[in-house]
Design a protein around this ligand. Structure first.
Ligand code: C2E
Ligand code: CA
Ligand code: CA
Length: 559
């Protein structure tokens, strides 16, 4: 067929013009443009193959032009080879000639090369658009959406006035680094991916309900409000198969912050801020594994910021008070000791430790407070001794946050000795620990205190994890049995009592004195006596008392 230069120029113009406003290579406009040129150049088909890594594509790419007559064996072989080896950073244009036509002339081949270059620009551009979208909106490790996509999606739902149909949730997998250590990062990623997929399984519309990765083991998800309970239960703990046979399973749990999004929500930033705030509360500041964003939570978070900001000055101005809660010997109801408990006197208000201790435990601030308490207790004991009062042993709580301080023992001894307080008057209460590292620190400190004649008590016994190892391996003086053992468990009324009985018997057999805390009623006292436990602390006798009231109790002791 005679080559018509004018027609060709027109077709090219048309093609270029359309290319300007094309967005995808499956665009029908583009197809017609190609077909037009195709008719002029006797093309049966154009096939484009990308052999590209995403990075090389962004850096710029090479191209090959392969011209074929239809159906030659050579061509098939070439295809096969390139597609199976598929290597090299290159785009290949396979341009097939119509069947039964004579070979392209040199002139036509030049035009075809121009066409290939245009296709290259066009394809490259739309490919790069896709790449950019991928880089912007996908997590590369798991190949799922990321936070930017979450924002885009949420903003779209806001603009459609549909955001009120959804709940958002920020979740953070617990101990996932341990899973990674056990199975390697790649398997770890697969497990994470399975977890995300299972979560998708709870949704009814994966176009609108999404799970997006923020980074590491942090995710954000949005789903219809009616799925909230299911998602919450799922995140509390779900078993995922570790290996291909799915025989070995790992329990994945997460801390989660939820936000039932109101209709009037304005921006995706509000959503992200609120779910992450709720997650932070769930993760660090409550015993629960999840929290919902609401006014109360906001108040709680403001309180936290307030505590953190006010603490240094409050410590300097000695706003923290030592309250003393008596410990009682049940055979004669005599005061035999006390626990020092902290109260914060701020602007004429007495703030309970539940409102500030967990916040201070988030940072090392709690260590400063514990030493402040020990220092004030020693100051008080020194004063009482100097006044000639009878003094009882006072126990001071030491947070776990001290572990890792190599001078802990020395710091304790220095504080006590500074006030010249005999070591027999001080007891240190420590809670159980979960990790091996802190177990070693705990061991060192308990042995160290023992060797200096300072008594040690394991606090809240029975609520932690490694209770039995803990008592077997460390020379404790006292086991403080947690108050929960006195509570009636509705489902198994006898369970707590039976456990209490055995814990008391066990500690006595091991030569460690048991004391029960939270003794509130005569009935509780009776239970302790029946089980031969004669040390008690609780509201049945006294609440934690301000120093002057406690001094009166010491006074009575002398009489
Ligand atoms: P804890 O060490 O287990 O202290 C015992 C808590 O139980 C005290 O609460 C006490 O007031 C309360 N309690 C005593 N008798 C009864 C009772 O009969 N019934 C009930 N329901 N509760 C009773 P408090 O003083 O509010 O202290 C709470 C926690 O705050 C303490 O628990 C301790 O973990 C922490 N804490 C208090 N002061 C300090 C401190 O100086 N340093 C550190 N690290 N933690 C402290
Ligand atoms: Ca305690
Ligand atoms: Ca306790």
């Amino acid at each position: 067929m005679e080559f018509n230069a004018t027609q060709y120029a027109e077709a090219i113009d048309d093609f270029l013009m359309k290319m300007e406003r094309l967005s995808g290579d499956d665009d029908p406009d583009c197809q017609t443009a190609i077909e037009k040129i195709g008719a002029l150049l006797r093309i049966a088909m154009v096939r484009v193959c990308f052999y590209m890594t995403p990075e090389s594509e962004l850096q710029g790419m090479g191209q090959d032009l392969c011209l074929y007559k239809n159906g030659t064996a050579d061509m098939e072989r070439f295809y096969h080879q390139r597609e199976t080896t598929g290597s090299g950073n290159v785009v290949i244009y396979y341009i097939h000639q119509r069947a039964g036509e004579p070979d392209w002339s040199q002139h036509e081949v030049e035009k075809l090369q121009v066409l290939a270059k245009m296709l290259f620009v066009y394809n490259g551009r739309s490919h790069i658009m896709k790449m950019i979208e991928y880089l912007l909106f996908y997590d590369r490790d798991l190949n799922i959406y990321n936070l930017s996509y979450f924002r885009k999606h949420a903003d779209k739902l806001i603009s459609l006035n549909r955001i009120g149909e959804f709940t958002a949730c920020y979740f953070d997998l617990n101990h996932f680094s341990t899973v990674n250590q056990q199975v390697g990062k790649e398997r770890g990623n697969q497990i994470m991916f399975s977890f995300v997929n299972r979560l998708y399984g709870l949704f009814s519309n994966p176009e609108e309900e999404l799970v997006c990765r923020i980074g590491g083991d942090n995710f954000i998800t949005i789903f219809y409000k009616e799925h909230t309970d299911k998602v919450m239960r799922f995140l509390e703990g779900t078993e995922i198969g570790i290996d291909d046979s799915l025989q070995t399973k790992v329990l994945i749990t997460a801390s989660a912050g939820f936000y039932a999004i109101p209709e009037n929500c304005r921006t995706s930033t509000d959503i992200v801020d609120r779910v992450s705030m709720a997650n932070n509360v769930a993760k660090n500041l409550t015993a629960e594994s999840s929290a919902f964003y609401n006014e109360e939570l906001l108040q709680h978070v403001n309180d936290i910021a307030l505590v953190q900001n006010l603490f240094p000055e409050a410590l300097k101005h000695e706003e923290f008070l030592v309250y003393y809660q008596p410990k009682v010997f049940l055979k004669n109801y005599e005061l035999i000791g006390a626990e020092a408990l902290c109260r914060w006197q701020h602007n004429d208000e007495i703030i309970q430790p539940g409102r500030f201790i967990p916040v201070l435990e988030q940072s090392k601030a709690i260590c400063a407070l514990d030493f402040y308490m020990l220092d004030h207790v020693c100051r008080d004991i020194r004063k009482w001794l100097d006044e000639g009062r009878r003094v009882v042993k006072v126990s001071v709580n030491l947070s776990r946050c001290h572990f890792g301080n190599p001078n802990l023992l020395n710091d304790i001894l220095e504080t006590i000795d500074k006030h010249d307080v005999p070591h027999k008057y001080i007891e240190i209460e420590l809670t159980e620990t979960t990790t091996d590292v802190s177990f070693k620190d705990l061991k060192d400190i308990v042995f160290g205190l023992q060797s200096h004649g300072i008594s040690t008590a394991v606090d809240d016994f029975g609520t932690g994890y490694s209770s039995l190892n803990l008592v077997r391996e460390l020379p404790w003086n006292i086991i403080k049995i947690d108050k929960s053992f006195l509570k009636k468990n509705e489902e198994a009324p006898e369970q707590n009592r039976v456990m209490l009985k055995h814990i008391i018997a066990m500690s006595q057999e091991m030569g460690i004195a048991p004391i029960v805390e939270g003794v509130e009623t005569i009935e509780h006292v009776k239970i302790l006596k029946e089980n031969n436990c004669f040390l008690a602390q609780g509201y049945c006798f006294d609440k934690p008392l301000p120093k002057n009231v406690f001094e009166n109790r010491l006074e009575q002791l002398m009489a």
